[in-house]
Design a protein around this ligand. Structure first.
Ligand SMILES: [Zn+2]
Ligand SMILES: [Zn+2]
Length: 140
C-alpha cells in the first residue's frame, strides 16, 4: 500500500471524493501489518470519527482493492476476510489461538504442481500459510 498522499491522489484521479473519513482510513491502514478485517477497520475508524458509516469504510476498502492497494487474504478465521496492506507476493504465519497474522517474506522455490495436479488451471499465484501458536499464546 502506498503513502496516504499517493492514495489521495489516486482516488482523485479516479474521480472519487477524498473525504476526511477516507483520509483517516488511509492513515490507519498505511503501515498496518495486522491484516485487519473490514469490521476491525470500521471499529478503529469509528473510535476517532464516531459519525463514520459502515458503508463508507466497506466502500473505501473495496475501492482500495480495485486500485490494487489492498489484497484480501484467504479466510483464516470466523472474523471474515482479512485485508493485507502488503500487496507484494508473500506468505503468512497464523496464530491458531489469537488469530494474529504476520508476513513471511521468503521465496519458497520449488513449490510446483504437476500438470495433473493443476487440473487444467492456469496458475497465477500461490500463498503459503504456517499455522501455530504465537509467542503470546504458546504455553510450552
Ligand atoms: Zn496468538
Ligand atoms: Zn500479509
Amino acid at each position: 500500500m502506498q503513502s496516504v498522499e499517493t492514495l489521495m491522489r489516486l482516488f482523485r484521479q479516479k474521480g472519487l471524493k477524498v473525504t476526511p473519513q477516507r483520509r483517516l482510513i488511509f492513515e490507519l491502514l498505511a503501515g498496518d501489518g495486522s491484516h485487519p478485517t473490514a469490521e476491525e477497520t470500521y471499529r478503529r475508524v469509528r473510535a476517532v470519527m464516531p459519525e463514520v458509516s459502515r458503508a463508507t469504510v466497506y466502500n473505501t476498502l473495496r475501492e482500495l482493492i480495485a486500485l490494487g492497494e489492498l489484497a484480501p487474504v484467504a479466510n483464516l478465521s470466523e472474523g471474515g476476510v482479512r485485508y493485507d496492506t502488503n500487496t507484494a507476493h508473500h506468505h503468512h504465519l497464523f496464530c491458531v489461538k489469537c488469530h494474529a497474522l504476520i508476513d513471511v517474506d521468503r521465496d519458497f522455490e520449488g513449490i510446483e504442481l504437476s500438470p495433473e495436479e493443476a487440473a487444467g488451471y492456469r496458475l497465477v499465484n500461490y500463498q503459503v500459510t504456517f499455522y501455530g501458536y504465537c509467542p503470546d499464546c504458546r504455553t510450552d
